[in-house]
Design a protein around this ligand. Sequence first.
Ligand code: AKG
Ligand code: FE2
Length: 309
Amino acid sequence: MISRLEATQVDQFVSEFYHAEQPVVLTGAVQIPATVDEVCDRLNARINEDATASQRLLWYDVRRELLDQICTTPAVVDELMDPEAAFLRENCVRIWFNPQGHITPWHYDGHSLHVFNLQLKGKKRWTIVAPETPFACTPFSHTVATKRPSLKGKRLFTFEVEEGEMLFLPRYWYHYVESLGVMNINVNWVLMPKVHAVPSATATREAEMMWLKSRMDPWLPKGAKKTLQTYAGHGKPAVDKLTENVTAGAGMMRVAKEFAHVPLWSIALPAHIAKLRALLRTKRLLRRLRGQASSPVQAGIEMPRVANY
Ligand SMILES: O=C(O)CCC(=O)C(=O)O
Ligand SMILES: [Fe+2]
């Protein structure tokens, strides 16, 4: 069972979960008396008027200040979003609007990000798998290669996060998320710690992959180049920290390890095509949403159930 801890227990959180890179649900993280429609309206108004907010696939990357007057920042977040101890991006907050039935497929987050995932409105069911019992991923990506991977032998937790609770999802934890509320709004604060990760197969994979990408910079496709330049909001210093213990031999071997899963990759091809189509649909849909209505639900728009992360 996933651990639960009161959000006010900052010291206990830091020593037992944050440094150990173990997930926990923090209860009573915020209280929002406003209705879901009011929160949607306020957030969308602020996103629309803020030129620094950027739209991603199904979420927005925004500055911390965008949340002023919308919700208080939990004390643990204030304590840990410290530029001395972590690589922070300028837009270090992500905002998600997910209608009921939305499913986020299996993946782990890039940029070695720890995520403080606040359930501002609605409710979600999470299944998460530890980085030391990894899934096979599509080569050089963060998406799990098969749509419904076997959970046999995995260290995993399945749990629900209710309104006002906040999940601490440490870096490299795989996750699959189902939106249960009629409308679900999440606020994430993200950061990459400046210390090395707790050792795991997935932590090693990420370090070796980024080592290889950093050595191949001139030949990388545009997207991969951008990831390298913007890694954890800092680019080179963050990649250097991540890869400082990777040996040339291990870095080179990564190519073979990634492609050892090629048969799996071809099985997963239909899933990738489906994701690509959902992505294009999502982009069209968010374009329609912006400035038109305050929430997908009010706009009467059905959001796609699959997207690429
Ligand atoms: O809430 C979701 O559906 C996905 C969340 C997620 O992938 C994340 O916070 O990293
Ligand atoms: Fe994620």
